[in-house]
Design a protein around this ligand. Structure first.
Ligand code: PHE
Length: 450
């Protein structure tokens, strides 16, 4: 074990940083639009089930692997199972981090732009249609897209280059509660609108007829994406943990926070959609086009809109940091590069890759290319990473924790005190059988092999 490795200051600091990685655009932007695309309640239910049965045990598995090895994902598998192909799971994770960050930073850039626009009063008294037009105009402007994407990558690099503890840990502790509070207020406002009942029905009254292989895969992939699983982010965060922290309680807290934020996001958005009879056409824009509509007629609405987009940018930042940290920790540990060099080189390369996504809303071949029914580079990156990379990574991480770890290792990590042995047995069954079988079945069904 390396003793000079950086460490989280406190357990709460760790939980908030891990929750910071989990809570992000996945909850506030991706979850609502997937809920819309998949017809509402059935998707929400499958998602919740997936968080509990597959997500939580894999989150625990990643924390176990990270703390046990005190390494980046590639190094972790190499250390725990030397001279086996297991390290490829880590390699896949680093690649996934690369791909996800490249397009994630594009959307994160939108939040900065929207915060600025809102501050200048650009959205006051806009109709839903006007908001949608604004959005379409903005995302198809190549200059704006590259600029905001660059701004966000720079912010992320600026923090990662300085190491983890001082910056991230302190900032998340303050800003996450604020985000939560604003979301509560906005969801409350939205629920007071005439479309609330219809919104709630859409969100919470499932119908079995909606179930399909693709819906289940989308929900499963979203649970991985939202909890930052399947690519080693939680291995890395776990690797900065010391021995005292109870991994199970931390994992449960992170999952609950993440799920609450996702639910608040849809509660905030859908009543408004039904109140104003909006039919989102560009579903990726749902968050950006509905929110200002809720606030436009309220006193102080402009300030709340600015604040909301700033907090959204912040939530995104605490996630992009963890994505970049995965690739950077790999380069530092495995390549022997300095933190500076790793951040600069990897950050720039990811930014360049992201340009393809950034420009794919403006027509042309970047918007037209189609792979497996996904259209446009942005959608392809977004779909492949969460529906292929993360489930495949999560599948192997579960198998690794369940079967490949040395006997007793997980028990040691998970039962610091007495009273946890039942949980450890349940967890073992979940990572050995339930999670891998569910992921494999869903995956095969969705790609039509079952
Ligand atoms: N969980 C983050 C979100 O919901 C995204 C993310 C995915 C971060 C994978 C790290 C790793 O926004």
């Amino acid at each position: 074990m390396t003793n000079d490795r950086e460490r989280w200051g406190t357990r709460l600091g760790f939980v908030l940083a891990a929750a910071g990685s989990a809570v992000g655009l996945g909850n506030l932007w991706r979850f609502p639009y997937l809920t819309w695309e998949n017809g509402g309640a059935t998707f929400v239910m499958v998602y919740l089930l997936s968080v509990a049965v597959v997500g939580l045990p894999i989150l625990v598995a990643e924390l176990v692997i990270g703390r046990r090895s005190q390494r980046n994902p590639v190094g972790a598998f190499r250390l725990l199972k030397p001279a086996t192909p297991w390290f490829l799971v880590g390699v896949l994770g680093v690649i996934a981090g690369f791909v996800i960050l490249s397009y994630y930073s594009v959307v994160a850039g939108w939040t900065l732009h929207y915060a600025l626009r809102a501050a200048t009063g650009a959205f006051v008294h806009h109709t839903p249609q006007e908001m949608a037009d604004r959005f379409a105009e903005f995302v198809s402007d190549p200059g704006e897209q590259i600029l905001w994407h660059a701004a966000f990558m720079l912010l992320t690099m600026g923090i990662v280059v300085g190491g983890i503890r001082g910056g991230i840990e302190r900032a998340t502790g303050l800003l996450m509660p604020l985000l939560f509070l604003i979301l509560l207020v906005l969801a409350g406002l939205s629920l007071a609108s005439p479309g609330a009942l219809e919104g709630l029905r859409f969100l919470f009254r499932p119908s079995l007829g909606d179930l399909s292989g693709e819906l289940v895969l989308a929900a499963l992939g979203q649970s991985f994406f939202s909890l930052s699983l399947g690519m080693g982010a939680m291995i890395v965060y776990g690797s900065y943990l010391s021995q005292e922290t109870n991994l199970t309680t931390s994992a449960i807290q992170v999952s609950i926070l993440d799920t609450l934020v996702a639910l608040l996001a849809v509660l905030m958005i859908f009543p408004v959609i039904f109140t104003h009879a909006i039919t989102p056409t560009e579903s990726a824009g749902i968050l950006f086009t509905t929110l200002p509509v809720i606030l436009t007629d309220l006193p102080g609405g402009q300030i709340v809109t600015v604040l909301f987009f700033l907090l959204l940018a912040f939530a995104a930042l605490t996630s992009t940091i963890s994505l970049l940290e995965v690739t950077v920790s790999w380069a530092i540990d495995q390549r022997g590069w300095s933190r500076r060099k790793s951040t600069l080189l990897l950050g720039t390369t990811i930014w360049v890759l992201g340009i393809f996504s950034a420009l794919s809303f403006g027509g042309g071949w970047l918007a037209e290319v189609t792979v497996l029914g996904m259209r446009g580079v942005f959608d392809i990156m977004n779909g492949i990473s969460s529906n292929v990379f993360l489930p495949v990574g999560g599948f192997f991480i579960a198998l690794f924790a369940g079967w490949a770890l040395t006997r007793g290792a997980a028990e040691e990590e998970l039962s610091p005190a007495t009273g946890w042995s039942t949980w450890v047995s349940v967890w073992k069954v979940l990572v050995r059988f339930v999670a891998p079988i569910v992921v494999a079945l869903v995956f095969l069904a969705a790609i039509g092999l079952l």
